[in-house]
Structures are given as structure tokens and as C-alpha cells.
Design a binder for this molecule. Sequence first.
Ligand SMILES: [Zn+2]
Length: 94
Amino acid sequence: MATALYYFAAWTDSHCLLGCLHQHETIISAVACCTTVAGSYVVAVESGQLRELDEGEEAEFQYAMYGWDTRRGRYLPAVTAVLAFVWRFAGYRS
Ligand SMILES: [Zn+2]
């Protein structure tokens, strides 16, 4: 049975968008995949649909990634670009 909600790390490398394609159960474990690549993001997949992190998840991501809590400085334009690309690139559905 597919996981209803999971997260994965996404990043860019030489203008290519890549993702770890794990099914992380928590944001913090997805962030662990981010730490080797600068400019990484965490993308949520809920019921097979890619989506950006919601406000609470974003705060958790900021805390896990940078060690401080913020509700500002969201990466909406970049995340939107990642979502548009990864949706085609990944080509999988749960
Ligand atoms: Zn991963």
C-alpha cells in the first residue's frame, strides 16, 4: 500500500533538477538528504500528488535545515519550478 504522505529532497545540479526519490516519512529525514547539496528543498507527496510544503511543514523544514524557526523567506518560486519539473522527471505515482 502506498504511503499517503511522504517527503523527498530535491536540488539543482548544473541546471538539472534532481531528487533523492526516497519516501521519507518525516521532513527531518528528508532534510538529511539535503545536507550534502547546497540549495536543496524538501517536496511533499500526498496521495500521489506533489505539492509544496504547507506553513507548518515549511517551519519544520527551516528549523531542520537551518536550526531556526521562521515563517518568512519561503522558496515559493523555486519550489514551483521544482514541482513542475519533478512531476515529469520522476514519472511515478504511488
Ligand atoms: Zn532521501
